[in-house]
Design a protein. Structure first.
Length: 246
């Protein structure tokens, strides 16, 4: 028996091709098998979504490195995974928009000089779009911090998988925040899990020492500072320009 995708020789007990990761189909096509496969794709514990999600928790290196090495049949495409999780996030933000907005505005006190409620509402409404738009910025930071052996495009894939994992914790943080109504708990869980997930994925890939991580963190802070400095300098330059024109 051979794999129908890559023609690799398979044994009868293979459920997935060891070469391309494609599922081995033993039975002939039928309406029953089609419906069963559709249900399995959505709810099955061993479908690509759950399999990819499980491995991102257990061993993210296997998912990311195998995908980069061309073994893309067994795990879910990173953009599909991230898009699916963002869709769930948007649904939760839409259904519980009032509660989520209360959480986001919870850190603002009556004495705050700036009212951020309008800004927070816009961020909530366009959360999905903003998440995708910020991905290249996150990737640029990771590229300058970690660099070799991966190029920018490969770091982009790593970033998408990383933020897929972060999205799961973000969903949990949001649901717990909605249930408890505790703003501090919501923000604490969101930022801590994001930081831990980021380190967990990259440590799994790079196997770096503590000393190396100190260097990575210092480089990250430097790159973040430079990225924040660029729009600030542009704003100052534009202000000076318009002041001189007036």
């Amino acid at each position: 028996m051979t794999c129908k995708n890559c023609e690799t020789q398979l044994s009868d007990n293979h459920n997935y091709c060891p070469s391309c990761g494609g599922k081995v189909v033993h039975d002939r096509f039928s309406i029953k098998s089609m419906l069963g496969e559709a249900v399995e794709d959505v709810f099955g514990w061993d479908n690509k979504f759950w399999r990819t999600l499980r491995m991102m928790f257990v061993n993210p290196r296997e998912v990311v490195v195998n995908y980069l090495n061309g073994q893309r049949g067994r795990y879910m495409n990173p953009f599909s995974l991230y898009g699916f999780l963002l869709t769930i996030s948007v649904l939760i933000y839409t259904i519980f928009s009032v509660q989520v907005l209360e959480l986001m505005n919870g850190l603002q006190t009556s004495s705050s000089p700036i009212d951020q409620s309008g800004w927070n509402e816009q961020v909530m409404n366009y959360q999905g779009i903003l998440s995708f738009l910020f991905l290249p910025i996150y990737t640029l930071m990771a590229y300058f911090v970690f660099r070799k052996p991966y190029n920018f495009g490969e770091h982009f894939i790593i970033s998408v998988y990383t933020f897929s994992l972060i999205s799961v914790f973000g969903l949990l943080s949001t649901l717990i925040g909605i249930i408890t109504g505790n703003t501090m708990l919501y923000f604490s869980m969101s930022y801590i899990t994001m930081f831990v997930s980021y380190i967990y994925v990259y440590q799994s890939i790079y196997k770096a020492s503590i000393g190396k991580w100190v260097i990575y963190i210092l480089k990250f802070i430097l790159v973040l500072f430079l990225i924040m400095l660029i729009p600030l300098l542009i704003g100052i330059a534009m202000s000076i320009y318009y002041a001189t024109q007036g």
